[in-house]
Design a protein around this ligand. Sequence first.
Ligand code: SF4
Length: 362
Amino acid sequence: MAKKKIKVKVRRRKVKNTTVRPSSIIIPSTELQTIGVHKLQDYMTCDRLFFWKWVMNIIPRKVNIAFWFGSIAHYGFELFVKGKSIKFIEKALRKFSKEYLKPYEVDAIMRPEVEIQLEIVILMVKVYLKLYGKKQLKFIITHTEVRFAVKLQLSPVLFIGMIDSYGKKGVNFLMPEYKTASRIDNEYFKRLVFDKQLNGYAIGLRDIVGKFPQKSPYIVLRKPSIRVKQTETTEEFLERLNEDLHKRREWYFIHEMFTFGKKNVEAVFQDIEIKTRDLWLKFDCADDEELLNPMTWARNDRACFNYGVCPYFMLCKNCHNYPLYLKFYMMREIRYEEEKAELNHKLKYSTVRKGKLAMRKE
Ligand code: SF4
């Protein structure tokens, strides 16, 4: 089979976070030129999920609070490794949250939850930095926000991503990772051996510096399970949480020093190669009409209720009439130039008019 020739302009080390604001127009992707860990994980979770999110490029209009919470914490750590003060970080996080929420619908029922969660995540980041700060890292971070693009061997696809930060200790490279989690089971850290993000980014780092990182200081912020009591104000609750964060710091802030194994990293990269090739073959064999038909993408019923309800459940449940439900969705943010390059600009869907999906060819 003749392979498609794909030209993608790759730029490294320059981060241009170009934002395409979600609009009423949906631009589907009918090319597969790039793959990232989240994209691949979605494909491995459920083909149909991959279709909604990465072919149709749609996400729910309602904000995903867990994802928003994690993004704020992550941004807090990003500023911390850049050497910003706690005061600066707090201000920046409020601004970040405001910008993040702009394209989403936050209704009157969700608003109080969003407000309290924002105070919780800011408090957690502040307490973490006060308790641990830089002394936790024990090495100097030399680079932040470094993009990589690695050519895969089994398909003409680029494996792309952005390493938040890395630094050196002696001759070894270290790559810290920050996460938020609500549930941490006994196998949480054991699973990191096969983790696509951690090991995939080790491949990315090798592409940049010529060798794998030796370790990853892995820091997890566990989301509090305590809630605002009916008898207390928000301030009283935050005071109670603040005390608890100090008292049970080991429960809330978990540190693990992950050691990379060369064989494991290579095995994970082989998984990435194989899975990407499966996906690419699908894109290569199907025409646009097939690719844009949800029925081409098999459902995985086991994943529908993985963490609550899958955000695309409404579309899958009413698959034959799914355009009727597109008003509850919007186009996702297309973040990177490589990703934008794979959009097929010839096909555009206008959102539903009179119950029909209007497809325009340009
Ligand atoms: S609802 Fe189920 S079948 Fe549909 S995308 Fe989500 S996980 Fe897949």
